[in-house]
Design a protein around this ligand. Structure first.
Ligand code: FES
Length: 67
């Protein structure tokens, strides 16, 4: 997997690697990230991208589990 450290949420300075770490702690929806680190509570523009990062990482972890 490609590790990157890119800001997904600029308002709250949350990176994609932080989102993936949250997914590993059981986060499955962008609203849980709002509680956890404030993502999406500023302008809200990051929510769609953040949800995509969550889903990609969930799919990735599931294929690891299956392998
Ligand atoms: Fe995430 Fe604005 S970029 S709330």
């Amino acid at each position: 997997c490609i590790e990157s450290n890119m800001y997904i949420c600029l308002c709250k300075a949350v990176t994609d690697s932080e989102i993936r770490a949250a997914v590993e702690d059981g986060v499955q929806h962008v609203s849980h990230l709002a509680e956890r680190c404030g993502l999406g509570t500023g302008c809200g523009r990051c929510q769609e991208t953040a949800q995509q990062v969550i889903e990609d990482h969930l799919a990735e972890s599931m294929s690891y589990a299956a392998a």
